[in-house]
Write a protein that binds this ligand. Structure first.
Ligand code: ACM
Length: 663
């Protein structure tokens, strides 16, 4: 019954779209995706393309498909990708030809004459009832055209299994059709990054590939791998076997990371892992075939406890021989802000020549393994308290005329930069590295806030914007009562406000933008996906689409279509955007007042105070609530019309009283 109804609905919906577009052509999905009319948008591409013109009719995928593709090694990757994407779910037989072909239905063509508007990554996609054509200057553009094309197919195109088998007992047959359209599209920025912290928790190479599969749907082109930290050293370095024999392993803990008691001496250190150099090559190749560059990060001089636990001589603090890879116990005191006070010395010693010899070996091997032109050398959150009392550091300061610890770090960064550049690579680090008076050829990743990126750009440094306020994917997406606890929040709507190119800077210094997934509280790949999507879509649109095209209600209507695509792909995402937002205050007579709202429009909130589970037959929230005298729990759930859409949230009244401050 449900299938027949949905088929009917689909028919009605298709007619209405056809009727609409036969009257006028439209140049933006924003114009025909009206999120308030409850009709799912038929064209829902993320990131929003530069220009979209809807045409009449549909291309229907035949059972035998021929793709004509300009023959180069790089276009071959695109062809293989599309062949697999089309043939697996649909069961169509997909072949290819390289020469001109009248019988081919799909054409992937490299322009003979450069189209300057498109640049290196842009594309033109034309869908007519008989043909699909993607044209680009380079193979990368064809790949992004393919991503947009796939998003025009029904969501089931994302299935990793043939759909027929699944649907054989139903009356519904998926029609693999694509609305006719003309799209011209190219990115706003060349650096569209996602950082994946594989150090705090280890993720296998297959999981990293899975992460890449998801990111390329949204036209990300840089995977920043945070390879080393206090909790693990994740890359094999020849000549330093202990980095992976000792440095890659901690004691398995689950719960609230950062609060665990220090492990006992006899607890097994068998949690973690690392990538062999062969694994790294495999990841880099997999990424390359999907037009993703891999940016390696070796985070020094702070965040280095795994390296020091392996080679204590890299520290200049007595007692480092007893240090162990961190298993989530408290090692920093942040109560006085940044830089933190270290409880164990997790810094490499800037006054120790062995450190630079070590880094030379590491960087030589990293430079050979990762073809990307940049190497990220961290530089964030280095605590100074152990350096301050160290005799070797004091002697270095005297010798080099360094006046304070920022200059000591600056001395270190300059030496590391020299090593990186000696391997033919560009040096990039977190924005603290600029405290040390670096030359303009130092690129920075601005994380502490947009203002650090703005300042760096004004000083003529290349900048990648990845500020906490918009782009930190480890932050909670909704209320702490439904999310794993982290110290800060970042809702989808806020992530969508990310503008990596502030008006006050010369845009030529802004290389791009990036979202960062730190994984202290992310214990598995499903949670990594949950934290990344849908906020990763918001960041993708912020770095790809023209700012004038950004529109929150329209974006969210597309996100909802992409939830179906991620369901089909079995990629996890957070439904947190549907959860109500709790605000509390007190009335003049000190009563608790509870204000409920939602991040997206068109939802109703139903609630109970009697511990039973509210549904749409319960009171609907319309104005601030005061709990009945003895109530202990407020339960809420959001609906869209008759359908529950948010999660059941159980909010203790005690918690709300705490948030409002005591009476
Ligand atoms: C950072 O978040 N510490 C770069």
């Amino acid at each position: 019954m449900k299938n027949i109804l949905s088929a009917l609905f689909f028919l009605l919906f298709s007619c209405s779209v056809l009727g609409q577009t036969s009257v006028s052509q439209i140049t933006s999905t924003a114009e025909f995706n009206n999120p308030l009319n409850n009709v799912p948008p038929e064209i829902a591409i993320i990131p929003e393309p530069v220009e979209v013109t809807k045409k009449e009719g549909y291309f229907v995928l035949p059972t035998n498909v021929t793709i004509q593709c300009t023959a180069t090694p790089e276009t071959h990757q695109v062809l293989t990708f599309l062949q697999e994407k089309l043939s697996v779910p649909t069961g169509s037989f997909v072949t290819s030809v390289s020469g001109k072909s009248e019988s081919a239905q799909i054409h992937l063509l490299i322009n003979d004459k450069i189209n300057h508007t498109l640049g290196n990554e842009g594309y033109q996609l034309t869908v007519t009832p008989n043909h699909i054509t993607i044209k680009a200057n380079q193979a990368a553009g064809l790949f992004y055209g393919v991503q947009s094309l796939l998003q025009l197919f029904p969501a089931a195109i994302e299935s990793k299994e043939p759909i027929e088998a699944e649907h054989s007992r139903s009356t519904e047959q998926i029609e693999w059709k694509v609305p006719c359209v003309e799209i011209t599209d190219y990115p706003r920025l060349g650096w569209r990054g996602l950082m994946f912290d594989v150090a705090r928790h280890f993720f296998t190479k297959e999981e990293v590939k899975q992460y890449i599969d998801a990111m390329v749907r949204y036209k990300y082109n840089i995977l920043h791998l945070h390879l080393t930290d206090d909790e693990g050293w994740r890359i094999e370095i020849k000549g330093f076997p202990k980095l992976t024999e000792i440095g890659a392993w901690s004691v398995k803990k689950v719960g609230d990371f950062g609060t665990f008691p220090a492990p006992a001496a006899d607890e097994p250190r068998n949690y973690g892992g690392f990538y062999t150099q062969e694994d790294i090559k495999e990841i880099v190749q997999y990424a390359k075939e999907r037009f993703v560059n891999v940016l390696p990060e070796i985070d020094v001089p702070g965040h280095s406890l795994a390296a020091i636990s392996s080679y204590p001589e890299l520290s200049c603090t007595p007692g480092a021989e007893n240090y162990k890879v961190r298993s989530g116990e408290r090692i920093m005191d942040w109560s006085r802000g940044a830089p933190p006070i270290a409880l164990v010395d997790n810094t490499l010693c800037p006054a120790n020549e062995k450190v630079y010899a070590f880094l030379d070996s590491v960087i030589t091997q990293v430079a050979a393994l990762f073809p990307f032109e940049y190497i990220h050398m961290g530089g964030d959150e280095a605590p100074f308290n152990f350096w301050e009392k160290n005799e070797a550091i004091k002697a270095l300061m005297l010798k080099e005329g360094l006046k304070n610890m920022h200059q000591v770090q600056g001395y270190f960064e300059k030496r590391v930069q020299k090593i990186v550049e000696s391997k033919g690579k560009k040096f990039i680090g977190w924005d603290e590295i600029l405290n040390g008076d670096m030359s303009p050829n130092t690129a920075v990743m601005a994380w502490r806030g947009m203002k650090y990126g703005i300042e760096a750009a004004k000083n003529k440094h290349e900048v990648v914007m990845s500020p906490t306020e918009f782009a930190y994917l480890d932050y909670m997406q909704a209320d702490v009562i439904t999310e794993p606890r982290v110290y800060a929040s970042l809702r989808l709507s806020k992530a969508y406000q990310f503008d990596p190119v502030p008006l006050s800077v010369d845009p030529k210094y802004i290389k791009g933008g990036q979202a960062n997934l730190w994984t202290e509280q992310v214990y598995n790949i499903r949670q990594a996906e949950y934290m990344t999507w849908p906020r990763g879509m918001a960041i993708a649109e912020s770095v790809w689409s023209p700012p004038a095209k950004k529109n929150w209600p329209n974006f969210f209507s597309r996100v909802e279509q992409h939830f179906k695509r991620l369901d089909a792909a079995e990629t996890k995402y957070a439904p947190s955007v549907y959860d109500p937002i709790f605000k509390v205050s007190r009335s003049a007579d000190k009563q608790l007042l509870i204000d409920l709202s939602t991040e997206v429009s068109g939802l109703d909130i139903y609630y109970s105070f009697d511990n039973s589970f509210p549904d749409r037959f319960y009171p609907k929230y319309t104005e601030k609530l005061t709990p009945p005298k003895d109530a202990t729990m407020l339960k809420v759930i959001t609906y869209r019309g008759k359908n529950p859409i948010g999660r059941m949230m159980n909010m203790p009244i005690e918690e709300l009283n705490k948030r409002a401050g005591r009476k």
